[in-house]
Design a protein around this ligand. Structure first.
Ligand code: CAA
Length: 374
């Protein structure tokens, strides 16, 4: 039922906007409003904070169905989850009430600030600092590649509070869009997900109250990685949705397109491609759903030792599958697939980012191997 509901919304309000959003690179505020009206914009927020209370699997299904229509729009529910999981995991009750409730009401979105110009895969090498000053912290530094920066109201930001302590000297904070000393840079010019702005964040003596620290001082890096254990699954969901969109479009096309006097779907070479695409997609989907089950149990305090492995594995498998499937969809449409008159070239460009963000697929393999060798 949930899938049908989101698909109907996506077919009606999101899919018709996808090509234009890609073309203009503008954030789709109308889609955000439609998602807010349907309570799908931050669907994971628990009911006690005014949210829809969707579990991890339901959240995956929502993101998947939005991504099937428009990958840029699927970053609305996905990044709202990414920005708020640190609060859900270790935030104080005051912090949760203060920020989750307006996010659930659709009054502001939440971004996640971990990466920096010189700290991407090596996230612990960050240089942004937060220095205690009475009841405040003063932040200085730059974050890079921040999804939905500028359109988000709230930002979870990791910063160094004890430079001598390495990864154990990093703490997490909430920064608000209007905080003095906080600003954002120009939009990056990207290959895909063009309707979701990616910008730098600048902290220039940005003074924030100490109660906005998420969890204890020095736990920010662990919180950042523990968050990714939950949210790499949402990137897998996005990849599944993009791939499903491309496969569905290609399936329709090969039945219509005639060459040598018959639909190209009648050729076994084409059938083998379709079968491989669907097989890779379904394998990745089942892995992602299994990971979502583990994420949900971990969120409820159960010890789930293989969550880290499953989260990296599904993100890696689903994004690699999405890349293969979208490239094959373009191939199946031939010259038409290579033009922006058809949606599959957009899906191919959008798929690429899923192999890169929330940890490159090379980093996912590092994470998986570390779990195996532990
Ligand atoms: N959960 C909780 N704690 C964890 C953890 C996890 N999954 N993994 C590691 N830790 C802990 C370790 O136990 C260690 O703590 P102790 O010192 O107390 O033992 C600490 O964190 C540091 O761990 P490592 O020594 O393993 O850290 P590392 O420096 O070797 O880095 C890494 C590990 C896996 C390479 C990590 O840096 C990483 O995942 N890098 C990729 C960064 C990334 O994914 N960025 C994504 C940005 S967000 C984004 O892209 C969003 C978007 O646009 C949509």
């Amino acid at each position: 039922m949930l899938r049908e509901t989101v698909r109907a919304l996506a077919d009606d309000k999101i899919a018709p906007r996808a090509a234009e959003v890609d073309e203009t690179g503008e954030f789709p505020w109308d889609v955000y409003k439609a998602l807010v009206d349907a309570d799908m914009h931050a669907v994971h927020i628990p009911e006690e904070y005014g949210g829809a209370g969707a579990d991890a699997l339901a959240t995956v299904i929502v993101i998947e169905e939005v991504a099937r229509a428009c990958a840029s729009s699927s970053l609305i529910p996905a990044v709202n989850k990414l920005g708020t999981v640190p609060l859900l995991l270790v935030g104080s009750e005051e912090l949760k009430r203060h920020y989750l409730e307006p996010t659930a009401r659709g009054e502001g979105m939440f971004s996640y600030g971990l990466s920096e110009p010189d700290a991407g895969s090596d996230a612990a090498a960050m240089r942004t600092t937060a220095v205690r000053d009475g009841d405040h912290y003063v932040l200085n530094g730059t974050k890079r590649w921040i999804t939905n920066a500028g359109v988000s109201e709230y930002y979870t930001v990791m910063a160094v509070t004890d430079p001598a302590a390495g990864a154990r000297g990093i703490s997490a904070f909430v920064v608000e869009k209007g905080d003095e000393g906080f600003s954002v840079g120009a939009k990056e010019k990207k290959l895909g997900i063009k309707g979701s702005p990616t910008r730098e964040l600048y902290f220039d003596n940005c003074r924030i109250p100490a109660w906005r620290m998420i969890g204890d001082e020095g736990t920010g890096f662990k919180t950042a990685l523990a968050t990714l254990d939950h949210t790499r699954i949402t990137i897998a969901a996005q990849a599944l949705g993009i791939a499903q969109g491309a496969l569905d479009y290609a399936l329709g096309y090969v039945k219509e397109r005639k060459q040598f006097g018959k639909p190209v779907a009648d050729f076994q070479g084409v059938q083998f491609m379709l079968a491989d695409m669907a097989m890779k997609l379904e394998a990745a989907r089942q892995l992602t759903y299994a990971a979502a089950g583990k994420s949900e149990r971990a969120m409820h305090g159960e010890r789930v030792d293989d969550l880290t492995f499953f989260s990296s594995a599904c993100k890696c498998a689903a994004s690699d599958a999405a890349m293969d499937i979208t490239v094959d969809a373009v191939q199946l449409l031939g010259g038409y697939g290579y033009t922006s008159d058809f949606p599959v070239e957009r899906m191919m460009r959008d798929a690429k980012i899923t192999q890169i963000y929330e940890g490159t697929n090379q980093i996912q393999r590092v994470v998986m191997a570390r779990q195996l060798l532990k």
